[in-house]
Design a protein around this ligand. Structure first.
Ligand code: FES
Length: 122
């Protein structure tokens, strides 16, 4: 069910960064953010879950956030590989390596935080 957790960000060792509020994100629109030099594609799906996956396609140097979002997946516009938002895994060739999935937290005020230094094992 994605990488979203509901907890208060903060505490030692937490490097999550605020990217905006959940209400500011349009459903099924991909946003590109760069946190600590890491390009991340952020998408709120139709269930309201916010996903954060590596923005660079594993088949080529293409920004996934420039692609289309459909059915909980994002399509690389270059050659059509679909990547699952929840797992980062490619659902179709030619890409066959997954992109990383980053930890997303939404605090009590609806503020979305992404930790570029914490990936989810999927
Ligand atoms: S560069 Fe993304 S599928 Fe080829």
């Amino acid at each position: 069910m994605g990488a979203q957790r509901k907890r208060e960000p903060g505490g030692s060792g937490v490097t999550a960064q605020r990217i905006g509020t959940i209400d500011e994100l349009e459903v099924n629109k991909a946003y590109r953010v760069v946190l600590d030099g890491i390009a991340i594609a952020v998408v709120k799906d139709s269930s309201g879950i916010v996903h954060a996956i590596g923005d660079t396609c594993t088949h080529g140097d293409i920004s996934l956030s420039e692609g289309f979002v459909e059915d909980d997946a994002i399509e690389c516009w270059a050659h059509g590989s679909m990547f699952a938002l929840g797992t980062g895994k490619p659902l179709s060739l030619p890409a066959y390596e997954p992109v990383p999935v980053f930890v997303v937290t939404v605090d009590a005020d609806g503020v979305v935080h992404i930790d570029p230094n914490e990936t989810v094992a999927v």
